[in-house]
Design a protein around this ligand. Structure first.
Ligand code: SF4
Ligand code: SF4
Length: 837
């Protein structure tokens, strides 16, 4: 046993082991543990008396102020009102003078009538009722053995509880989630029953019997709950919702309010109808006999039970979690989820929750949403519990919402992105570890990569951050997660292609080791004949099999040096320039590196940089995960093509600094990569951004540097707003309507309108300024462009303002854009430039 004994404060008393319903999602009868078959139907008075005595003794020993007892089943009302009165009195009498008793009953409500209610009123028993939402939702599972639904019965019972004599007994509603049910309709139906509290329960699942979810929808439960959260939040949180309140509480540094999430030690024990102590009821879902302790009330006191290894395991907080959860940025709110949901045959409970991705998204979603209160922001990841929350000072936020954003504002977005990336990489490892055997992960390079990355992170976190800041690391992580959650374990156990994607973690870790100048050695898988070291470059190993690996080894001296060994050959790459730093910006000057023997010079393809005074970005034309723009990426550029980019980039940056200086500090702080795209037909300009690739802009090289300047300003608006959206909810996701905007022939979803408007505000500003510097036909064209985009953007701002689906932060953004454009609307343009005669 580890640590001091944690006393029990909650006891679940199984007063009746059978039920009058036959719910198909019932964990008592339908899951792995079938021990109910051999138990007495009703708990004997002797067992109740023993339990009451044990509880009183325990409360006295540990000087507890209060204990909670929940009368449970099966269906506890089957015990009958008088038997329940006797149970309640026995418990109260036993603890009288020792501590207070919070006595409750959880029922399906079918039998609840005046006789029961009178007993509960007399004995002070609060009543919680299970109901899954509206009639169809509830009756989907909660049926009698005949197949008939129980919704009408439960509503009648709740109506009775809501009447004056019993209203004070009404403790709340427990709702088991089913994705087939409309979440907001479920919430509204529950709300209509006027409950004092709502508790949403994830259906019990383990890694062996994963949660039912649509293929590829790896956070469907989070989306379901967040839809309710959005409505709950917008409605002023009209009723306590335990899971949401718990996440909010833990985000603010408070305690967890539910065993299903958080790091609080479990203080709950179950007593079955035969008097045996059991661990949490939910463990019935793991395997037959999982909750067993081997103790019973007649022979063993509660202190002995508290020392049981299974109970103690749920009391160890952070120390009781697997390494993935311990390193998770949301662990203080999640705590690895419900203990039972971590189970996987083979390694037991040393896993993240089978609902890991749902919990991650739910918690980050709630944290984003409550931030406008000044309460929260994304937590910092750092290989351990969060240390602080991200916030954007009001002045910087105002800059961003007005369509601009200087260096400081962008740095706030970068810090939040850092946490997102770290969380995603941890989730890739955690999810893979939960799905695949350790040997498979080892073979794929995942285990070695993770171990090395976390080791480097402990001593050189800046080097890890510098690699993770590479825009396509997050793309990689998101893609892996999508595939991991969309498929089953088989996907991981097949050598390709998912295992190959996961193996990229080894290259990420080695890149961090090289940046840190730390000696390390790992096999790095080859992709299409290249070993990739994100943010540094790639090494070609011709003639190797596609699935082969090379051994990459980093060295302490000279810092930044590494070797690549394939078959019987080894090459050494030594930086000739300053050793790599760790400030998150691309800082290696690849071509200056020395490769020996000399034949390795053509094999090592370092990431190149586009440099201009005050700004250097990488020219990312090789990373295997850069194909995230739904447009063809160009293969690695030759020297002449790269030179053209370099020249035009320098001119564009010069133009931005001279003419569009409001955008220069933000770009200087946040633009880190340009990814060359294939040109479109007929010289049409092509550019793009991707939500996961923060800091990167993809583009075909435009005809001239002015267009490149415009394109960088335009696309970086999308980069900024994407990062803002990672921190704040701007609109109600339930709004599925499409809206017309002037710059697209097809109507756009709300997020697209927001993104387009934010980008075209800057486009308008670009032409507004540029028209005064241009001459002749170019000036006329610039005036027309200004007039055109100003009108289109102003229209779109009003469309957004009128949509009725913006959050307070969304309204702040739209108001900010409206304030920015207002003075431009009265700026004169030459006759005909605005399209009017
Ligand atoms: S009412 Fe509860 S105990 Fe009864 S079958 Fe349904 S889920 Fe199981
Ligand atoms: S890794 Fe997953 S299960 Fe573990 S604490 Fe984080 S979100 Fe929860």
């Amino acid at each position: 046993m580890n640590g001091p004994l944690v006393p029990f404060r909650q006891l679940v008393l199984k007063v009746h082991s059978r039920c009058d319903l036959a719910c198909d999602h019932c964990y008592v009868y339908e899951h792995q543990d079938q021990s109910w078959r051999n138990r007495p139907k009703v708990m004997s008075q002797e067992t109740v008396a023993w339990t009451a005595a044990r509880l009183a003794e325990h409360a006295k020993t540990h000087q507890l102020d209060e204990v909670r007892v929940v009368l449970h089943g099966g269906e506890p009302l089957l015990a009958g009102p008088e038997r329940l009165r006797q149970v309640a009195r026995t418990l109260r009498d036993a603890v009288s003078g020792v501590c207070d008793l919070d006595l409750r009953i959880h029922t399906n409500g079918v039998l609840l009538d005046e006789a029961f209610c009178r007993v509960f009123a007399d004995e002070g028993v609060l009543v919680g009722v299970s109901v899954d939402g509206y009639a169809e939702a509830h009756d989907r599972h909660r049926r009698f053995a005949s197949g008939r639904g129980s919704y009408q019965h439960v509503v009648r019972a709740i109506d009775l509880l809501r009447t004056a004599p019993y209203r004070h007994l009404y403790a709340g509603l427990l709702c088991t989630i089913d994705l087939a049910n409309d979440p907001v309709a479920v919430y509204e139906a529950l709300l209509a029953l006027d409950p004092p509290r709502i508790e949403f329960l994830l259906p019990h699942a383990t890694w062996d019997t994963p949660p039912a979810r649509p293929a590829g929808h790896y956070h469907a439960y989070a989306d379901w709950l967040l839809a309710i959260f959005g409505r709950w939040q917008a409605g002023g949180r009209p009723v306590p919702v335990r899971l949401f309140d718990s996440v909010i509480s833990t985000t603010l540094g408070g305690a967890s309010l539910t065993e299903a999430a958080g790091l609080e030690p479990s203080d709950l024990v179950v007593v079955e109808t035969d008097g045996t102590y059991e661990q949490a009821d939910s463990l019935k879902t793991a395997f037959d006999g999982a909750p067993v302790t081997g103790f019973d009330v007649a022979r063993h006191d509660l202190d002995l039970v508290a020392g049981h290894p299974g109970i103690a395991a749920r009391q160890r907080g952070l120390d009781g979690l697997c390494a993935t959860c311990r390193a998770c940025p949301v662990v203080t709110s999640c705590g690895g989820g419900l203990y039972a949901h971590r189970y996987r045959s083979g390694n037991g409970f040393a896993n993240p929750s089978a609902y890991c991705q749902d919990l991650m998204k739910l918690i980050t979603g709630i944290r984003q949403a409550i931030r406008p209160e000044g309460a929260s922001a994304r937590p910092q990841a750092g290989g351990q519990a969060p240390r602080h929350r991200h916030e954007i000072p009001a002045a910087d936020l105002a800059e961003l919402t007005s369509g601009f954003g200087g260096g400081e504002a962008i740095k706030h977005l970068q810090r939040a992105q850092r946490s997102v990336r770290r969380a995603l990489v941890a989730a890739v490892h955690g999810t893979a570890a939960g799905l695949a055997p350790a040997a498979t992960l080892e073979a794929a390079g995942v285990k070695g990569g993770w171990d090395l990355l976390t080791g480097i992170d402990a001593t050189h976190p800046q080097a890890v951050d510098a690699v993770l800041a590479h825009p396509y690391v997050r793309v990689w992580a998101a893609r892996c997660l999508e595939r991991l959650q969309g498929g089953q374990a088989a996907q991981v156990t097949q050598p390709r292609p998912l295992a190959a994607d996961l193996g990229h973690l080894a290259g990420i870790a080695m890149a961090a080791a090289i940046r840190a100048g730390q000696p390390a050695r790992l096999p790095v898988p080859l992709r299409d004949g290249f070993a990739y070291l994100p943010s540094l470059g790639r090494f070609a190993v011709q003639g190797s099999e596609p699935a082969a690996t090379v051994i990459v080894e980093s060295h302490q001296a000279p810092a930044g040096a590494f070797t690549v060994a394939a078959a019987d050959r080894t090459w050494t790459v030594t930086p000739a320039a300053a050793p790599p730093g760790g400030d998150g910006r691309p800082d290696r000057v690849g071509p200056a590196e020395v490769v020996s023997p000399a034949d390795g010079r053509s094999r090592w393809q370092p990431v190149r940089q586009l440099s201009a005074p005050g700004l250097s970005v990488i020219l990312e034309d090789a990373d295997p995960f850069r194909d995230c723009y739904h447009r063809p990426a160009l293969p690695r550029l030759d020297a002449e093509q790269a030179g053209r980019w370099e020249r035009q980039f320098a001119l564009a940056w010069d133009l931005i600094q001279r003419q569009h200086s409001a955008y220069a500090p933000g770009l200087a702080a946040g633009l880190t990569a340009i990814m060359p795209l294939a040109a479109a037909d007929a010289g049409r300009e092509v550019s793009a951004t991707a939500r996961h690739a923060f800091g990167a802009v993809a583009a075909a090289l435009p005809a001239d540097h002015a267009h490149l300047a415009l394109l960088l300003i335009h696309e970086f608006q999308h980069v900024k707003l994407g990062a803002v959206m990672d921190m704040f909810d701007l609109f109600d996701p339930a709004d599925q309507r499409l809206y017309r905007v002037a710059w697209r022939a097809d109507p756009r979803p709300l997020e697209g309108v927001l993104q387009g408007t934010y980008a075209h505000l800057a486009v308008t500003d670009f032409w507004r300024v540029h028209r005064h510097a241009a001459e002749g036909p170019a000036a006329r064209s610039a005036h027309s462009q200004f007039a055109r985009w100003r009108a289109a953007t102003a229209d779109a701002i009003e469309t957004l303002a009128d949509c009725g689906s913006l959050t307070p932060m969304g309204r702040t953004l739209v108001d900010g854009m409206r304030t920015s454009i207002a003075p431009w609307l009265s700026e004169p343009v030459p006759a005909g430039a605005d399209g009017r005669p």
